[in-house]
Design a protein around this ligand. Structure first.
Ligand code: ZN
Ligand code: ZN
Length: 380
């Protein structure tokens, strides 16, 4: 039941009030004053910096420990993240870790989509239920996070208002900047984050797992800085990427990789490609079997044999790759192995890799044939 506690009142007024004001004031402003370039620039810069801080900072760094960041990067994420007005990093991460641990559990998931699209979107925020704050002991060790937790509202107010006021005064356009750069920006930040809890658990595909409601949805990625690939994310929450493929729009992963390159971040965690491919094949096999008739035993066994072959080829590839990487790490640590034996081993690895790739290709061809066969059977 929705109980109007003082905090629920405050959240409801803030979320509802900013939205209603934006719905009234933005059209009024556009109709009477039009839109200025400086307003668009401030909106886009603030929206991007704050959204990236939520995605890279609150989400991947603090909630999931997908990488480690130096203090300037953590501080920046905490300052800008506060301006999202989505609570302190500590509270946000506590809720989010519960969401992953108890996903779809109507009692223990803070934003379970099973209670409805709008509940997961924002009713849960307005409800402001008291939830146990556990599983964030690691974050409480960080003095920056403790400091932000204490003052997050005032930090957020200062960070979001100061640039808007400065530009507004300089361009003699305070009202316009307040409406577009502050009010509309707050509403846009809120609802783009909320869409990951609602739409990314509602619309889209499930290429890796169907054990929870999370979905991959490329349409959500552009304005959430890469958070649309939510099925992948629920499968491997600790990966610093949400879209693992090079063409998947995930600016947060590019930013994290760039931060690592300049020494601001390290320890980036990623799932081996072979594991991702195996999950896809397993999921696809389960779907294909489900469309076959109960007596289609031959098709089922061909499909299973092809799946096992892909599985075996992927395992072999991963085992040899890891052995080779361990060897390289050993050289690096001990400075062992003379140049000659290194080049011999490197040559051997290249040959092995070529063979492994051929095996893998043959297994994939098998798999594709089996898939076609099952599809034909299912259509018949
Ligand atoms: Zn989720
Ligand atoms: Zn997450």
């Amino acid at each position: 039941m929705f109980k109007l506690t003082p905090r629920a009142w405050l959240n409801t007024l803030f979320l509802g009030g900013t939205l209603v004001l934006a719905l009234v004031l933005v059209p009024w402003k556009l109709a009477t004053q039009g839109l200025r370039l400086s307003e668009v620039v401030v909106f886009l810069v603030m929206y991007s910096l704050i959204g990236l801080s939520i995605t890279v900072g609150y989400h991947r760094l603090f909630s999931h420990r997908a990488f480690q960041a130096s203090w300037p990067m953590r501080l920046l994420a905490l300052l800008l993240g506060a301006a999202a007005f989505e609570n302190s990093a500590l509270a946000w991460c506590s809720d989010h870790r519960h969401h992953h641990r108890f996903v779809d559990d109507v009692e223990r998931d803070p934003y379970p989509v099973r209670r409805g699209f709008w509940y997961a979107h924002w009713i849960w925020v307005m409800e402001a239920k008291d939830r146990p704050r556990d599983s964030v002991g690691d974050l409480e060790q960080d003095p920056l996070i403790r400091w932000q937790h204490r003052y997050h509202f005032w930090i957020g107010a200062a960070v979001s208002a100061l640039p808007v006021l400065a530009v507004g005064l300089m361009t003699h356009n305070l009202i316009g900047q307040l409406i577009i750069g502050l009010l509309l920006r707050i509403v846009a930040t809120h609802h783009s984050t909320f869409l990951i809890n609602s739409a990314a658990h509602w619309f889209g595909t499930q290429p890796y797992t169907d054990t929870n409601s999370a979905r991959d949805n490329a349409l959500l990625a552009p304005f959430t800085f890469g958070e649309g690939y939510h099925n992948y994310h629920h499968m491997w929450q600790w990966d610093y990427r949400n879209g693992p493929r090079w063409y998947q729009w995930d600016p947060a992963k590019w930013l994290i990789a760039a931060a690592a390159w300049v020494g601001l971040a390290r320890g980036l965690r990623r799932v081996p490609d072979t594991e991702i491919q195996r999950a896809r094949v397993d999921m696809e096999a389960r779907r294909l079997v489900a469309v076959l008739a109960a007596d289609a035993l031959q098709a089922k066994s061909i499909l299973e044999a092809a799946r096992v072959r892909v599985d075996g080829a992927l395992s072999a590839f991963q085992t040899r790759l890891e052995a080779w990487q361990a060897k390289k790490a050993e050289w690096k640590a001990k400075g062992h192995a003379n140049a000659e034996s290194r080049s011999v081993l490197r040559g051997e690895w290249k040959e092995q890799r070529a063979q492994l790739r051929r095996d893998l290709q043959a297994a994939w061809a098998d798999w594709n044939r089996a898939r076609q066969l099952v599809k034909r059977q299912a259509m018949a």
